[in-house]
Design a protein around this ligand. Structure first.
Ligand code: ATP
Ligand code: MG
Length: 639
């Protein structure tokens, strides 16, 4: 069993160990796994030079990740619940799978995929709603050594087609439809539209979910999931994989530009996802863990499926949305399953704050022990609400900073061990060596500094390449500062050595020579009682170099309130940060352009703030493209 750190002193000791001797540190952990053949060397790496990046962990080790989820856990956990599935509609039956039941389903579907001719190394695109078959399909791919490329089921046909093209997927797994809140989405139609331009796809496996009345069917290509598994056996021996064989491809959210096909490999990702899961959340046997992310995002990959299941945990998978049938849905589920660990995104927390406290107060949340957040900087007000209203002041919050590219959590408190501060991701996990640099790449040493966050030493869960374009991987992450992995985020290291992520590098605004993080200004604006959410960008300013433009969503305002709101917001910022950060322009908006993973696409707001709406770039990952025009129409500049 992978050990857990149990005290702050032990954390510091392990951290030192992991920096002094990374290979010893990680190979000790790797000893806990089931290997067909052990590695020859722990690590080969270079971040620069010919062919870089070139990172190999556990060189020549042989294994299969599903053997480490199932065979390794089977002895102790055969009858323990692995996965709990909560349907979109609370009136529909819940499903529970023990480790043994899930294992059988995975082996059966693995055989089904093989019967379609899927072989080790083939890419399989998965475009499914949050149903158990999504978990089964991804694990079945891993079982036979096929590479899964999961595409969030909220994406359009063209976004899906782009990802299928890029990965040259041979198979698509989809469903007739999917439920999300009051809506049902006809996924098969969208998939069919995408497949018109995807000649690499030989077969489409279709799951019955919404029982759509009319369903397009392409004879010879399409096959029903239930027909496919009908005669498939539940006996399956896992494919032997090299430690560095590709496990999956996953496209980034597209907050900053065209999504990148991030490639993760087998052994390093396996070890890193379980190690971080156990340590950050401090999961113990008997706990019930719920991550509300969609499996279409990396958070769902690492912290609904791989990390928890490797650790032998009980993990909840939820098909629906936080506000349907009503805004108490999350808390209903917490109460229903006596959830102990709850992991969600700041965007969801802010949305629930806006719904009012009554939805929370009417539920029993006493089972909760640990809360987590991921995806964006969490503003202080939301942190405090989460802490007091949801956690009743007794649950530690783990503010987990990481990226699709990092495979797992990088900087985060360990629950109940690391003392927390609102809005700070706190300390790096063992094995992670962050470094802050100035724009020229000089290291900023010591505490109370702010700069560009890079990582200077490899960790097992890191990306290996961007699919089909290794040069792009180098250019994006390793070419800015030689020998360093560039995260693209800016961070502060405070007087205690704690990290605070202040947003993406592009989001730092240089106002009259002062570097101001957008997250910090948003944090201040959100303190105003009438503000629901805000997004801040810089725009060219004759005198200051850059001015601050704030897009703000407010609760419903009377005419009188509306007249005074801008000044009040400026005063709030003045009070929390100072006059230097007061927004020059404030636009009250009804919504913000967000990615489907709930992140604000600031580059679009930046363009609008600059008065240029001609080239907004790739907007295929936007949740509601219509909002862009609404914002342009109300803009405080000539667009
Ligand atoms: P793209 O790379 O395509 O622009 P993306 O960066 O949004 O998309 P993800 O990998 O899903 O894609 O998100 C990682 C980013 O999310 C981080 O680089 C950081 O900006 C932000 N982030 C994640 N967790 C946190 C956190 N706890 N605090 C602050 N920011 C976070
Ligand atoms: Mg990114």
């Amino acid at each position: 069993m992978v050990d857990k750190i149990t005290s702050l002193a032990e954390y510091f000791q392990k951290y030192q160990e992991s920096v002094a001797n990374p290979e010893g540190f990680w190979s000790n952990i790797a000893e806990n796994y089931y290997w067909r053949k052990k590695w020859d060397r722990v690590l080969d790496w270079k971040f620069d030079g010919d062919g870089a990046p070139d990172v190999k962990w556990f060189v020549n080790g042989k294994l299969n990740i599903t053997e480490n989820i199932f065979e390794r856990n089977m002895f102790m956990r055969k009858d323990q619940t692995a996965l709990i599935w909560e349907p979109n509609n609370p009136d529909e039956d819940t499903l529970k799978f023990t480790y043994e039941e899930l294992f059988d389903k995975v082996k059966q579907f693995a055989n089904a995929l093989k019967s379609l001719g899927v072989e080790k190394g083939d890419r399989v695109a998965i475009y499914l709603p949050m149903v158990p078959e999504l978990a089964i399909a991804m694990l079945a791919c891993a079982r036979i050594g096929a590479v899964h490329s999961i595409v969030f089921a909220g994406f359009s046909a063209s976004a899906l087609a782009d990802r299928i093209h890029d990965a040259k997927s041979k198979i698509l797994i989809t469903s007739d439809g999917g439920f999300r809140g009051a809506k049902s989405i006809h996924l098969k139609n969208i998939a069919d539209e995408a497949l018109q331009s995807c000649p690499t796809v030989e077969k489409a496996v279709v799951l019955h979910r919404t029982n759509e009345e009319h369903i397009n069917w392409v004879e010879g290509r399409d096959v029903w999931w239930h027909d496919l598994i009908e005669n498939a056996s539940t006996e399956n021996k896992a494919e032997e994989m090299d430690a560095e064989d590709m496990l999956f491809i996953l496209y980034t959210s597209g907050s900053t530009g065209k999504p990148k096909g991030v490639v993760h490999s087998t052994a390093g990702y396996m070890i890193y996802s379980e190690y971080t899961f156990k340590n950050v959340f401090q999961y113990s046997d008997g706990d019930v863990y719920w991550c509300t992310a969609d499996i279409g995002w990396v958070t769902g990959h690492s912290y609904i499926i791989y990390g928890p299941l490797l650790a032998g945990a009980t993990s909840i998978m939820f098909e629906g949305v936080p506000t349907w049938p009503d805004a108490g849905r999350f808390w209903d589920i917490v109460d229903k399953y006596k959830v102990t660990h709850f992991y969600t995104a700041p965007t969801a927390i802010r949305a629930l704050v806006a719904q009012g406290d009554e939805w929370v107060k009417s539920h029993d949340l006493s089972s909760l022990k640990v809360l987590g957040t991921v995806g964006e900087p969490i503003n202080e007000e939301a942190w405090r609400w989460y802490h007091s209203m949801i956690g009743k002041g007794k649950c530690p919050i783990v503010d987990t900073w990481w990226q699709t590219e990092t495979g797992g959590i990088m900087i985060s408190p360990l629950a109940g061990i690391t003392p927390t501060k609102p809005s700070l991701a706190t300390l790096p996990l063992p094995g992670i060596q962050p470094i802050l640099v100035d724009p020229e790449g000089n290291e900023l040493k010591g505490n109370s500094v702010e700069g560009i966050l890079c990582i200077k030493f490899p960790w097992p869960g890191m990306l290996r390449t961007t699919y089909g374009d290794h040069q792009r991987c180098y250019n994006t992450y390793f070419s800015s500062y030689r020998g360093l992995y560039l995260t693209g985020d800016g961070a502060k290291r405070d007087e205690e050595g704690y990290y605070r992520i202040i947003g993406r590098i592009d989001d730092v605004i240089n106002v009259s020579g002062h570097r101001i993080g957008t997250a910090e200004v948003e944090d201040a604006i959100n303190q105003h009682p009438k503000v629901v959410e805000s997004a801040v960008v810089g725009y060219p300013h004759d005198i200051k170099g850059a001015g601050i433009y704030a897009y703000v969503i407010c609760e419903e305002l009377t005419d009188r309130e509306m007249a005074g709101i801008e000044n009040e917001i400026r005063e709030t910022v003045n009070k929390f940060i100072g006059p230097i950060a007061k927004p020059d322009k404030i636009q009250i908006v009804s919504g913000l352009p967000k990615t489907r993973s709930g992140k604000i696409m600031r580059r679009i707001l930046r363009k609008i703030g600059e008065g240029d709406a001609t080239n907004l770039g790739d907007t295929s990952t936007l949740l509601d493209p219509g909002i862009v025009d609404t914002i342009i129409n109300g803009a405080k500049v000539e667009v």
